[in-house]
Write a protein that binds this ligand. Structure first.
Ligand code: SF4
Length: 685
């Protein structure tokens, strides 16, 4: 264990790490006494320095008596404890057998969001390359990568997200993003501070969020219609000449085609599609286009529809033609700080589980796992997936159609789950491995996806709980046992972290002097003036020949989600599944009693008008039913949601909303399932 800085009493020390409670990983200052974390607070040197309510449960979570403490093997009679040496030997032997009989592509690896952009993420991808399987996927199969694909097609073919830069924004538009519940308080404070200084705040969300109450404009489009709304805004901006003519002339491809295309989206028509009045569309279009710099924050709410990528494309075009791309206070695409550790040319991606979604692989460098259950259940697939390694992923609760994924997991020859707790998914595994939380090991994290050119190295602050180990160590051990030493020359994860730091001229020791924090890039505005855009045409691509080549609409287009008439008759409401709530992250933290006290039971938000029609009251148990089945939850009556739309957060094991979601309606480009537009009905339970 590293020497910690003493702060007074012997055995009391400070350590710097990141909060393990959600994907954002706010900087965290930990107070360690006698080898235990006794206090945690935000770390002032970090950009994400203001922790949210969940961080109050950090100590309970790390020291939960329910933490896994030993490697376990499932037997008919129950779980058998194994040593790490034995479990790693057994897993590697089984992997070798499966590889020999079915080929390397019969292994799939899936990582949950906690490990995204850490050294574990890099090691797992590299392991897949070295083993020879194209089947690496992650929780970004359902969140974030539609944004990456849409903005990459428009601005940067290296796979970049067009993230907001709030500094100095005169207008902030939150589109399907609710930072109050899903982000760090730092982002929320930045937005409120801009608003207090006079910036316009526009919220587009079918739910009237707390920020929507404070906003200058709140538009509530019907779920899944955002692309039409963005096209309506573009229509108005182009017609009124509110676009940046110099930028459009010099730096875009396809503006004339766009002008012809948006004629199909007059405001009356857009109003019919979205349910938003034409005047409201005009107003926000004008405010956004004439108050520069203006930033747009795009959220998950946009992505999980059949039009997700096209919605991001339309919004990207809006950002570009109004002159808000690559300026402070507008939207920017950052480069990652941690290098890639892929082994190029090793795998044949055409046979991967995500082969139906080629642009997903091109822009994210990995396969979507949306077809993973099919690849397991269908023995005719090429090759069928027979072994699955899951790290930090409770897939049964967090992915659509839980029954299908559950059946698929039961059909594997080898399922290894590495996690902190015995999750619903871990219970299905042949082997369960106890993982560490961030303070228990060395970690490196890249924050580029949040538009911060920041890397943080968090050194181990406490000893691992029980016999737990880091997920990265698992990959190094597997590589050693499978004879992949040439591809994995590192003895331990510290050497991997040193390797990832080396391009920046830093070591773990030199990072210590700066509390692990490194801002790795000072990026100039409008970098395209020097380099052009990183697209085939070197311009911002309004008209995408790449989309055309792969058989998709080259210009953003709205498509209606087709449903059978009987379904629409029997299931008259629209279910938004999976909005975030402040106390929980996905399926995590429902075990922490302090968090459970805040939200003791799963609930469905029902608009007041709908509740009155159905004679329902708050607190009453109701049955929410879709064509997939039903769950029973508490009714929460609210005026803050669009009439006809109801909403259920995900992650509750006792009322798993994914039992009633499915993935049949998908975005044809990203494969993202339409989880925000599910027909449903509600009756008293
Ligand atoms: S937003 Fe909250 S839960 Fe997420 S990392 Fe920050 S403090 Fe932790």
């Amino acid at each position: 264990m590293k020497k910690l800085r003493k702060i007074g009493a012997v055995n009391m020390a400070k350590a710097y790490s990141f909060c393990p409670m959600c994907i954002l990983k706010c900087g965290m200052e930990l107070t360690i006494e006698k080898g235990k974390i006794v206090h945690n607070q935000g770390m002032k040197e970090h950009v994400l320095r203001n922790p949210c309510i969940k961080s109050k449960g950090l100590i309970d979570w790390v020291y939960s008596p329910k933490r896994l403490k030993y490697p376990l093997k499932r037997k008919y009679s129950g779980w058998e404890k194994l040593t790490w040496e034995d479990v790693l030997d057994e897993i590697s032997r089984k992997l070798q057998e499966i590889k020999k009989s079915e080929g390397p592509g019969s292994l799939a690896v899936h990582l949950g969001p906690a490990l995204f952009d850490t050294q574990v993420d890099r090691l797992a991808r590299r392991f897949c390359d070295a083993f020879g399987t194209p089947n690496f996927s992650s929780s970004e199969d359902y969140c974030y990568y539609s944004r990456v694909i849409g903005s990459s097609l428009t601005f940067n073919f290296n796979g970049r997200n067009v993230a907001p830069s709030f500094r100095g924004s005169r207008c902030v538009l939150l589109w399907g993003w609710n930072p109050e519940e899903s982000s760090s308080p730092t982002a929320l404070q930045a937005i409120i501070s801009l608003k207090n200084k006079g910036a316009y705040l526009i919220v587009i969300d079918p739910r009237r969020t707390k920020l929507a109450h404070k906003a200058d404009f709140h538009l509530q489009p019907k779920p899944g219609t955002d692309v039409a709304l963005a096209l309506g805004m573009i229509n108005y901006i182009v017609e009124k000449g509110l676009f940046d003519k110099e930028f459009v002339e010099n730096w875009t491809i396809g503006f004339n085609q766009l002008k012809a295309h948006i004629k199909k989206y007059p405001l009356e028509e857009v109003s019919n599609i979205t349910g938003i009045k034409p005047q409201a569309i005009q107003e926000i279009a004008k405010v956004y286009a004439t108050n520069k710099p203006a930033s747009i924050a795009l959220g998950l709410g946009l992505e999980q529809s059949i039009n997700g990528v096209q919605a991001v494309r339309a919004i990207s075009i809006l950002i570009g033609i109004t002159g808000n791309f690559d300026v402070l206070g507008g939207n920017r695409c950052l480069d990652p700080g941690l290098k890639d550790m892929r082994i190029l040319g090793r795998i044949d991606s055409s046979s991967g589980i995500g082969a139906h979604y080629p642009l997903f692989r091109i822009f994210t460098g990995q396969d979507t796992g949306i077809e993973l259950p099919r690849a397991i259940l269908d023995r005719q697939s090429h090759p069928p997936v027979r072994a699955l390694i899951l790290q930090a992923s409770n897939s049964i609760i967090t992915t659509p159609d839980s029954n299908k994924i559950s059946r698929a997991l039961d059909n594997l020859d080898l399922l290894v789950v590495m996690d902190l707790f015995m999750t619903e998914t871990a219970k299905k595994a042949h082997y369960v491995l106890p993982a560490v939380s961030f303070p228990e090991a060395d970690f490196i994290q890249d924050y580029w996806t949040y538009n911060f050119p920041l890397i943080m190295v968090a050194e181990k602050a406490i000893e691992p709980i029980g016999n737990s180990r880091s997920d990265g160590a698992f990959w190094l051990e597997m590589a050693k046992r499978l004879g992949l030493n040439a591809e994995f020359p590192w003895r331990d994860e510290r050497e991997v972290i040193e390797y990832l730091l080396s391009p920046h001229g830093f070591t773990i020791d030199s990072m210590k002097e700066r509390k692990g924090i490194l801002f790795y890039q000072k990026r100039k505005e409008k970098q395209y003036l020097q380099e052009g855009f990183n697209t085939p045409t070197r311009k911002m691509e309004i008209y995408s020949q790449t989309l055309e080549k792969y058989g998709y609409d080259p210009l953003p287009t709205y498509r209606k989600q087709e449903e059978d008439d009987t379904i629409l008759r029997n299931f008259p409401f629209t279910l938004i599944s999976g909005p975030r709530v402040k106390s929980f992250t996905h399926s995590r933290h429902h075990r922490i009693s302090s968090m459970r006290k805040r939200i003791p039971a799963p609930f469905v938000e029902i608009p007041k008008k709908t509740a009155e029609e159905l004679s329902l009251c708050s607190g009453q148990k109701v049955k929410v039913e879709t064509p997939m089945g039903f769950i029973i939850v508490e009714a929460k009556i609210t005026e803050d949601i669009l009439p006809g739309v109801v909403s259920i957060p995900s992650g509750w094991p006792e009322a798993n909303v994914n039992l009633i979601t499915d993935d049949t309606h998908r975005d044809p480009i990203s494969g993202y399932p339409a989880l925000r537009t599910i027909p449903c009905k509600i009756t008293p339970a």
